[in-house]
Design a protein around this ligand. Structure first.
Ligand SMILES: *Cc1c(COP(=O)(O)O)cnc(C)c1O
Length: 381
């Protein structure tokens, strides 16, 4: 089966991890701070706080802003559930803003409309989590104009976005318009640490808070100790109820090796996307916009034959590991039980009915891609 996504590991990656295994530190050694520096250098963000998954990164961003019960958080329904779960972990209410049918990202006009209504009803959200779906940047300038007008915290779920650029060709991750950018290093993402994530921010205060929550809420800053403990050599002070969300040095070493090839990975993905774009142009399907700034995490086509299930099954039977991104978050039973109605998200429903993700990853060869294209062509006949 040709998978829809896959990691690319070379000998340098393997050796980088083995080196750490032979070192003194398996966790909290030199590799994590180096990885954080590499992420800052690549994206241009002031701070990077590494953590053990993209999901914990999203949770940390919510914790750092003090999101809690009674607060509202909005996100895009066309995403992995973690984009919404992070708010629920903090006891906040979640709501969804419908998508733009062309970019498949949160619709700016739907957001504007929903914010106007919320202002009228006194139900404005405390934070908005936008998702750069498939690696295509959201319209950050327009969204940030709205969030700053309404004084709303802006979090970018950039799990798909590392290596991509925004409309002004600034790297996704620079956090020019937002408070936080969250990355994931799961094996299918731009670069991998096996499991891993990071939160990027330009705020000194948020960076401190992210670090505190990622390590049990424990501070080693003596000025924060009780007065009678400030002279002791053993004390550390738990200041808040944090988590163990730290990344290990083993994982960070893999990330440090992988990030050297990030631009190469994205270039390969773009070249494959261009090949799909040409090869599929005469088939009855909607191709993704050929965005040169995208990180090309996913290549999703929308069928026009009304037979997504049959097409999906036939492709899988022929060894093409297609997938569907995403089941709208509100359709999951957990979210259904919270009372969401798919009819409130017509663009996301329309997209979901027809979407199929084709294989796209740096190691996909031209021959494998040709097999995908030929099989799809046959199946659609
Ligand atoms: C992968 C992903 C996450 C979660 O990242 P993990 O590292 O797997 O926890 C969150 N949001 C989106 C959009 C993702 O694709």
């Amino acid at each position: 089966m040709i998978p829809y996504g896959s990691h690319s590991i070379n000998d340098d990656d393997v050796n980088a991890v083995i080196d750490v295994l032979k070192n003194e530190f398996l966790t909290q050694g030199e590799q994590v701070p180096l990885f954080e520096q590499n992420l800052c250098r690549y994206t241009g963000a002031k701070y990077a706080v590494a953590c053990n998954s993209g999901t914990s990164g999203l949770h940390l961003a919510c914790l750092a802003t003090g999101i809690g019960p009674g607060d509202k958080v909005w996100t895009s329904p066309n995403s992995f559930a973690a984009s919404a779960n992070c708010a629920r972990y903090c006891g906040a209410d979640i709501d969804f803003v419908d998508i733009d049918p062309v970019t498949r990202n949160m619709s700016v006009s739907a957001l504007k409309h929903k914010l106007q209504q919320a202002e009228h009803n006194g139900t404005l959200p405390k934070a908005i989590v936008v998702v750069h779906f498939a690696g295509v940047s959201c319209d950050m300038k327009a969204i940030a104009e709205l969030t700053s007008y309404y004084d709303i915290i802006l979090i970018e779920d950039a799990a798909h976005g590392l290596g991509g650029k925004d409309a002004d060709s600034k790297p996704i991750g620079q956090a020019v318009y937002s408070d936080f950018v969250v990355l994931s290093f799961h094996p299918v993402k731009s670069v991998t640490t096996a499991e891993g994530g990071a939160v990027l921010t330009n705020s000194d205060v948020y960076a401190k808070s992210l670090r505190l929550y990622a390590s049990h809420g424990i501070s080693r800053d003596k000025s924060q100790f009780p007065a009678d403990e400030q002279a002791s050599g053993w004390f550390y002070a738990q200041q808040a109820l944090g988590f163990n969300y730290r990344l290990s040095d083993l994982h960070a070493a893999l990330g440090n090796s992988q990030i050297k090839r990030l631009d190469e990975f994205v270039a390969k993905r773009l070249a494959l996307a261009k090949r799909y774009d040409e090869a599929l142009c005469s088939l009855p399907l909607i191709r993704p916009v050929l965005d040169e700034n995208s990180a090309w995490h996913l290549y999703v086509v929308e069928l026009q034959n009304g037979h997504r299930r049959e097409t999906f099954d036939a492709l899988r039977e022929h060894g093409i590991g297609v997938n569907v991104h995403y089941i709208p978050i509100y359709r999951h039973p957990y979210y259904q039980a919270l009372g969401f109605d798919p009819k409130d998200y017509p663009a996301c429903e329309q997209y979901y009915r027809n979407a199929i993700t084709l294989p796209l990853f740096p190691a996909l060869s031209a021959d494998m891609q040709d097999k995908v294209i030929m099989t799809l062509d046959e199946v659609l006949k």
